[in-house]
Design a protein around this ligand. Structure first.
Ligand code: NOJ
Length: 554
């Protein structure tokens, strides 16, 4: 059977606000993206995912949409978008949009109507309920927003609350209303007809809520998840959307699947179920934290087990793999062990691109961009400000602690502008950037790395080039070796009598590698390594962060 296109894709995620500013207003935009298509083509990727570019008041940087069919003023126009799409396609790069339909912005006309009165035809597009308590001013249940505090906002005019699982400017849509589901299918079809190739679906696992909205249990500081993560009608609604829209196009649908485990992954992505093509799980996102926020050292054995479990799901499912995105701090400080982070970056690139599934690279990851030493007031994202604000309310004595936690975990780290060159603001803008540029742009930037043969950027190009079109890298079975080894990640991708044998030293020190006895190859060729002295596949001592890919024949 022919592979679906996304199985041979390397996707690059663009966070438009921070990618490239074409008009000097300090905010990245569509024309800026278009101007960098050559860079992306040279990198070798063949698909991009754009974080939201739709009209939005930006309470959550575009994840609060006020018009699903138009482009945010700051980013440009629909014509700019069409021009960009055409240029991407001309260069063999597919375009995946972000689909944010668990909630809209409170500025969306549906919500504006919905707020007008209880009998407005749009009232039932959202989740409105009477409050509890004598005066009805207590929220309808105890669920919390993912950004902390109650998941409900009181509306004086109608005397009812509306639900918002994120910020209060992001009211949740009522998917139990068939009109809402039809609207979502129509939005997808609108963009497909324009030529887009797929969607990354924002918090899609939260869309179905039970009508009676029962109180929830306390779980990792949040309340209510057990009722709305893959809620009662989830599968029905997704199958319906698949039938009305997604399956009509040669599309790639990957959903953010927060709070789901291995069994859910099969139910959601098994191709026989006709729901999603793939999902993003969160198991690796928290390997360096306790309760999401308290930093801890990564345990490589656990890290490998998470990957191994997902790699061994039935062949009728498909993984999407990532270390970074716009919601996570940068991967180098999280997953590496100090020392030469550029070498660590090469090793991480190999581990990410060589496991089975579609890899997602986040803008700047290919350069080794790092977290930023923010001052408190420089962290401006809604998550950081709400969390620091909440701890301040509990006690100002917690201010410093909350600031330190956010310095490790804030989403702002991933959102500092792309570092294009060593000129002012890293070449991102000629104006005043909307958020601070990481001062290390003078050292870490695309222009510098382009001209350095040994740079991380040039290494990424090699690995991407090697992976795309490589049948073993696409379909080879995943076999893990040295599972209990705390320093090395070693695996093979096997297809008939050929395989790719991959070694990654996760440590910043020399580590002994013992060739597993069962590896008895006939031929062996070293394809890629960050150690120019690497020899044939045998027991050896690996350098700090050394990585190797061999092609074997049995
Ligand atoms: C997940 C997105 O990735 C995140 O950036 C956003 O804040 C929430 N969903 C709400 O849309």
């Amino acid at each position: 059977m022919k592979n679906r296109w996304y199985k041979d894709a390397v996707v690059y995620q663009i966070y438009p606000r921070s990618f490239c500013d074409s008009n000097g207003d300090g905010i990245g935009d569509i024309k800026g993206i278009t101007s960098k298509i050559e860079y992306l083509k040279d990198l070798g990727i063949n698909a991009v995912w754009l974080s939201p570019v739709y009209k939005s008041p930006n309470k959550d940087n575009g994840y609060d949409i006020s018009d699903y069919r138009d482009i945010m003023d700051e980013f440009g126009t629909l014509d700019d978008f069409k021009e960009m799409l055409e240029k991407f396609h001309k260069n063999g790069i597919k375009v995946i949009m972000d689909l944010v339909v668990n909630h809209t912005s409170d500025q969306h006309k549906w919500f504006q109507e919905s707020k007008k009165s209880k009998d407005n035809p749009y009232r039932d597009y959202y989740i409105w309920r009477k409050g509890r308590g004598k005066d009805g001013k207590k929220p309808p249940n105890n669920w919390t927003s993912r950004f902390m505090g109650p998941a409900w906002e009181y509306d004086e005019a109608s005397g009812e609350f509306y639900m918002h699982l994120f910020a209060k400017g992001q009211p949740d849509l009522n998917w139990n209303n068939p009109k809402v589901r039809q609207e979502v299918a129509d939005i997808c079809n609108y963009w497909f007809e324009m030529g887009v190739d797929g969607f990354r679906c924002d918090v899609l696992t939260y869309i179905s809520k039970p009508d009676d909205l029962p109180d929830g249990k306390f779980n990792l500081g949040l309340i209510g998840d057990e009722h709305f993560t893959i809620g009662p009608n989830y599968h029905k609604y997704i199958k319906e959307l698949n039938e009305k829209s997604w399956s009509k196009y040669d599309s790639f649908i990957v959903a953010e699947a927060i709070g789901t485990g291995l069994k859910d992954a099969v139910a959601l992505t098994d191709e026989n179920n006709k729901e999603l093509d793939s999902l993003f799980h969160f198991d690796l996102a928290n390997v360096d934290a306790i309760l999401q926020f308290i930093p801890k050292k990564v345990d490589l054995v656990k890290f490998k087990k998470i990957i191994n479990d997902r790699q061994n799901l039935p062949a009728t499912t498909w993984n999407s793999n990532y270390y970074e995105n716009h919601d996570q701090p940068r991967s180098l400080p999280r997953l590496a062990d100090g020392g030469d982070l550029m070498e660590a970056g090469k090793m991480l690139a190999v581990s990410l691109l060589m496991i089975k599934g579609t890899p997602f690279i986040y803008q700047g990851e290919e350069l080794g961009m790092t977290n930023c030493a923010f001052k408190k007031e420089e962290m401006i994202d809604v998550m950081a400000t709400q969390i620091m604000g909440m701890f301040h309310k509990i006690s100002p004595l917690l201010d410093n602690w909350a600031y330190k936690v956010m310095l490790k975990r804030a989403r702002d780290h991933a959102r500092t502008p792309m570092q294009w060159n060593g000129s002012e603001n890293g070449g991102f803008t000629t104006g005043k950037p909307w958020m601070v540029v990481n001062p290390n742009y003078t050292e870490i930037n695309a222009e510098k790395e382009q001209s350095d043969e040994n740079s991380l950027l040039n290494f990424y190009k090699k690995v991407i080039h090697f992976k795309l079109g490589n049948e073993i890298a696409i379909n080879g079975n995943y076999i893990e070796y040295l599972k209990k080894n705390k320093n090395l990640f070693v695996f093979e991708r096997r297809l008939e009598n050929k395989s790719l044998f991959v070694i990654c030293n996760f440590k910043n020190k020399d580590i002994k590698f013992a060739l597993p006895e069962e590896i008895n190859y006939k031929n062996c060729e070293l394809k890629i390594s960050n150690n120019k002295d690497a020899g044939k596949l045998e027991s050896c001592v690996l350098k700090p962060y050394e990585t190797r890919i061999y092609e074997l024949e049995y």
